[in-house]
Design a protein around this ligand. Structure first.
Ligand code: UDP
Length: 237
């Protein structure tokens, strides 16, 4: 297998780290996800990771709370996940740096773009925590932002479904999966690939997004090698 991309931004949802549980981190699952990441890095692919936090907390689902404060809690949740992923990668023998958009220097580096790029060039995996550092945003938007900043070739969005469908495949057995889509189609059809802020950012900066299932962690390796999995969202040709 040969890599198709040189530098990728992998987005891992919080949910993907919980395994069969509804909440928290299942470390065996995290290790399984990290194994193919190591294989990609061993092939020379530079990997940056943005982690979600939905396995602990989502600001928008917090109900009675003030949204800004709830989002602060969500960003802290992403940092817990970032540390978990970093630990698993280190256990597999990799060099890793965690950078957070909100400074917490006793446990992670602050996000500094040039430093992140330098780590990548040295073959270290960089895990970004705290999303964008701002409330009212999502980690999908953080993935789009960081991908643009570090000049990633692609965003690989590992999710619980195997691609983008025309309707929810859990509710509609006749839902049809797309192999490819343009950003305009995603925005106009309101397809739930990622939120509209993230999709617009990717569209404006011409960053393709590959959406695929993390239930088979080896898909990360397949995605990096350009095998036809999931759904690719890119500019109209
Ligand atoms: N969050 C935020 N700003 C960001 C990214 C995330 O406030 O830039 C908060 C927000 O509350 C969000 C939570 O962190 O609900 C977890 O992120 P997300 O819901 O994107 O995680 P995922 O669904 O990917 O697990």
């Amino acid at each position: 297998m040969k890599p198709k991309y040189k530098r990728v931004l992998l987005k891992l949802s919080g949910e993907s780290l919980a395994g069969n549980a509804t909440h928290g981190i299942d470390f065996d699952t995290v290790l399984k996800i990290c194994e193919p990441i190591k294989k990609c890095a061993d092939m020379g692919v530079q990997i940056a990771i943005v982690v979600g936090g939905g396995n602990f907390w989502r600001g928008r689902s917090s109900g009675q709370m003030d949204r800004t404060r709830a989002d602060h809690m969500g960003m802290l949740a992403t940092t817990i996940n970032a540390l978990g992923v970093a630990d698993a990668l280190e256990q597999l023998g990799m060099q890793v740096r965690v950078q957070t958009a909100i400074a917490m220097q006793q446990i992670a580096e602050p996000y500094i773009r040039n430093r992140a790029v330098r780590h990548l060039e040295k073959g270290r995996v960089v895990v970004f925590g705290c999303g964008t550092g701002n409330p009212f945003f999502s980690t999908d938007t953080a993935a789009a932002l960081r991908a643009a900043e570090i000049d990633a070739d692609i965003i690989m969005k590992a999710t619980m479904v195997d691609g983008v469908y025309d309707s929810d495949p859990k509710k509609n057995p006749n839902a049809v999966k797309y192999d490819s889509l343009s950003f305009m189609e995603v925005l106009n059809k309101n397809l739930q690939v990622m939120d509209s802020t993230a999709a617009s950012l990717c569209k404006d900066n011409k960053i393709p997004i590959l959406v695929f299932s993390i239930n088979e962690p080896e898909n990360i390796l397949k995605a990096v090698c350009g095998e036809p999995i999931g759904t690719i969202v890119e500019e109209d040709s």
